[in-house]
Design a protein around this ligand. Structure first.
Ligand code: GTP
Ligand code: MG
Length: 453
């Protein structure tokens, strides 16, 4: 904010009262100028739980209005996706064991080849196979280790609660605490997924005796092994179909289908890869756009619980809130706390934000996102199993979406309309229409608010 300078005339020099008055007038003028500037700029705040698709929506805006992504981002995503792909396949192998799903690759007698491929994947060390500096340096490494260090599930949970700063007694407390009750009686699932231990176990005596396993495997070999397991092992597919029962990247299937490209040194991600890739947002990013002659500032906030305590810092002067709900996650648990259903978390979050004093006059737009994944899972994961009040048919996507939409709309305690869109944030074609409609709506609302319409 710029500060005006008050000019002191010679006659006024000794008149302290006049000097003071001029100084406050100058400050007042400068505040007015700032306010006018703020009124002109549209501030759109993206909120929602972790992994709901906020940053993907922002990526679509960048494709539409900013010419897309930089080369540095494209190489960064190659590294991150490659590492996530390896780890995602490891997770499927280990989870299959936990869930009692027999894997074709588990039997060295029946299928020596697949067995060898499994060993290759389990022994692969993603951090040795990628260029960590291109992936985002130490920030990436910290997040990455936390993300995949299964023994830290409790730590993840600890980080998501009890660290409230300055909001302990406020009514907004709910949006970072998650509103979850006591821990009594809740058994922590031991996923037996400490991948480090797993790799150590392998190193102790399992390295030399099996055909197909080489001590040091190249990226191409690991990629090949992932592709083979994905295509040929029926147990891996069965386990994937039950991935709502554990934590797996939303785009794991895409990574496996395109595994060789991510393993190729020097590969530069396409727009589609970047839309499918995931880098968790930490803090709040601000991106400016010019849309339809209006200046937009889009604020993208990290949605995981530990990130939400930062939200309040950007609640002032918001023109509209765009709340992103991953509607497909009605059968999944939070990454931060595997006792809590993701849909329940989003409902609580939306309720707290929509009815908070901060946004009493702010328009809300609700994206029912990940409709593609929603549609795909309806039959294998019936909504009624998780939401017993649901009356619609099992595979009726429209009824399912309407059901969740009504739950969210029923939380509205004000007269404000809530604008709802069904979205697949990774699809540039449909998002172009949705985002154009949203921008038009916000521009109109802003003009009305500033008295121009
Ligand atoms: N299939 C599918 N995947 C989606 C969709 N929207 C987002 N994703 C994927 O979901 C993952 C998470 O998306 P992000 O945009 O990073 O989620 P976020 O809300 O920004 O997450 P935080 O930064 O942790 O708050 C990414 O791998 C996206 O590609 C969708 O509509 N369909
Ligand atoms: Mg994000």
């Amino acid at each position: 904010m710029g500060c005006g300078v008050s000019v002191i005339e010679p006659d006024d020099e000794k008149d302290l009262f006049l000097q003071g008055r001029k100084a406050s007038e100058a400050i007042e003028r400068s505040l007015q100028i700032q306010k006018q500037r703020d009124n002109k700029e549209i501030k759109l705040l993206l909120l929602g739980a972790g992994e709901s698709g906020k940053s993907t929506v922002l990526k679509q805006l960048r494709l539409l209005h900013q010419g897309g992504f930089t080369n540095q981002e494209r190489t960064q995503y190659t590294q991150v996706i490659w590492a996530d792909a390896i780890q995602s396949m490891k997770i499927l192998i280990v989870q299959a064991r936990r869930l009692g799903i027999p894997l074709d690759c588990d039997d060295p007698q029946a299928n020596r080849f697949l067995f060898g491929q499994k060993r290759l994947v389990l022994k692969a060390k993603p951090l040795d196979l990628i260029d960590a500096s291109l992936a985002g340096g130490s920030g990436f490494l910290n997040d990455y280790v936390l993300k995949y260090s299964e023994t830290s599930e409790q730590k993840r949970r600890g980080q998501s609660t009890g660290q409230a700063q300055g909001l302990e007694n406020s009514s907004e407390e709910g949006f970072y605490q998650g509103g979850v009750g006591g821990e009594e009686g809740v058994a922590l699932q031991d996923l037996s997924l400490n991948l480090q231990e797993l790799s150590q176990g392998l190193n102790e005596g399992e390295t030399t005796n099996h055909p197909g396993v080489r001590p040091a495997s190249s990226a191409a070999q690991v990629a090949n092994a992932i592709q083979t397991l994905w295509r040929q092992d029926r147990g891996i597919r069965q386990c994937f179909a039950r991935s709502n029962e554990f934590q797996l990247e939303s785009s794991a299937e895409y990574y496996f289908e395109h595994i060789h490209q991510f393993a190729t040194p020097g590969y530069v991600c396409s727009d589609e890869d970047i839309l499918k890739g995931r880098i968790k947002t930490t803090g709040i990013t601000e991106t400016s756009f010019s849309i339809g002659g209006s200046s937009f500032k889009v604020l993208d906030a990290g949605g995981q619980r530990s990130e939400r305590r930062k939200w309040i810092h950007c609640f002032q002067g918001i023109t509209a809130v765009l709340f992103v709900l991953a509607v497909s996650e009605y059968d999944q648990m939070l990454f931060e706390d595997e006792r809590v259903n993701r849909m329940h978390e989003s409902i609580m979050l939306f309720d707290t934000l929509l009815n908070s004093r901060w946004f009493a006059d702010t328009p809300f737009i609700l994206f029912l996102n990940k409709t593609d994944l929603f549609q795909q899972k309806l039959t294998r994961s019936p909504i009624r199993q998780f939401f017993p009040h649901y009356q619609g048919r099992v595979n009726d996507a429209d009824a399912g979406l309407k059901y969740f939409e009504n739950i969210f709309l029923s939380l509205n305690k004000s007269q404000r309309p809530i604008y709802v869109h069904r979205t697949c944030a990774t699809d540039p074609h449909s998002m172009r229409f949705v985002l154009t409609a949203v921008a038009d709506l916000i521009i109109q609302q802003n003009l009305k608010k500033s008295g121009i319409l």
